[in-house]
Design a protein around this ligand. Structure first.
Ligand code: COA
Length: 259
């Protein structure tokens, strides 16, 4: 896997993917989106990886949007291709069988806000700013922003953010439920690691079932009660379930193997 625009590091079971175009505030050009798709697929299939963190290089930006200079002369066909690819990659993040945390270290605008929203959990540093400023460019979000923002913060606030283009602070994003936690910038990655280390002690099979069930309701827009019955009962045929229950009854910590 050749990565020109990302850093990809696996350590202690955590894959950290860093968008690495700090001179352009980590703007997502076509190549970066495509590399992100490859990186997520690689981390998902690597058995050593229990969770993924996505962050941006430098102190200023997570991702300041799609690369405006690159798409400025796109035709309708190229624009459609760009949006389709972005959706494919962001859907692969949302549907990843391993937890993906966005560690938002600054501007998360346009495609940056959309990337953060595709992740399962968001942590923001105090200097983070979230927004969908596309309206100011005479365009609209193209990587899922109209849908994911509405689902996450509700119709009224999403509509306001989308049609004014105004950005909100990390604390405001926290109050809206758009981010789970706000931390000082130097604690951002350790907070994300802390959450993943908690998850690492749980059954990976059960974790992935929960991620997919939340998505049935959240992204497919339907209730997932039947799917829950099926996936719940499926747990009873896993080693993880027998180990978890046995460990509880024997008053010891469970050792899950993801089988
Ligand atoms: N696409 C392409 N390049 C971008 C970019 C984007 N989305 N966002 C920032 N950059 C580039 C700037 O062009 C500049 O490059 P240069 O030094 O070669 O001129 C560099 O990153 C630094 O950005 P700059 O604007 O000088 O930083 P700033 O601190 O003054 O402003 C922002 C920061 C985020 C407010 C501003 O860069 C901005 O508004 N970016 C666009 C946000 C946006 O509309 N995103 C949605 C796109 S659909």
């Amino acid at each position: 896997m050749t990565l020109n625009n990302l850093k990809f590091v696996i350590a202690d079971g955590v894959c950290t993917i860093t968008i690495n175009r700090p001179d352009k505030l980590n703007a997502l050009n076509i190549e970066t989106i495509s590399e992100l798709g490859l990186a997520i697929a690689e981390a998902e299939k690597d058995k050593k990886v229990i969770g993924i963190i996505i962050t941006g290089e430098g102190p200023k930006a997570f991702v300041a949007g799609a690369d405006i200079a690159e798409f400025s002369a796109f035709s309708l066909k190229e624009a459609k291709e760009m949006a389709k690819n972005g959706h494919r990659v962001f859907d692969s993040i949302e549907n990843c069988t391993k937890p993906v945390i966005a560690a938002v270290n600054g501007f998360a605008l346009g495609g940056g806000c959309e990337l953060a929203m595709a992740c399962h959990i968001r942590i923001a540093s105090t200097n983070a700013k979230f927004g969908q400023p596309e309206i100011s460019l005479g365009v609209i979000p193209g990587y899922g922003g109209t849908q994911r923002l509405t689902r996450l913060v509700g119709k009224a606030r999403a509509t306001e953010m989308l049609i004014t283009g105004d950005a909100i602070t990390a604390d405001e994003a926290r109050a809206l439920g758009l981010v789970n936690y706000v931390t000082e910038p130097d604690q951002l990655l350790s907070r994300a690691m802390e959450i993943l280390s908690k998850i690492a002690k749980k059954s990976p099979l059960a974790t992935s079932k929960i991620l997919s069930l939340v998505n049935v309701y959240y992204s497919k827009g339907k209730d997932g009660f039947q799917e829950e019955i099926d996936l719940f009962s499926g747990c009873f045929e896993t080693n993880d379930f027998h180990e978890g229950v046995e460990a509880f009854l024997q008053k010891r910590l469970a050792k899950f193997e993801g089988k």
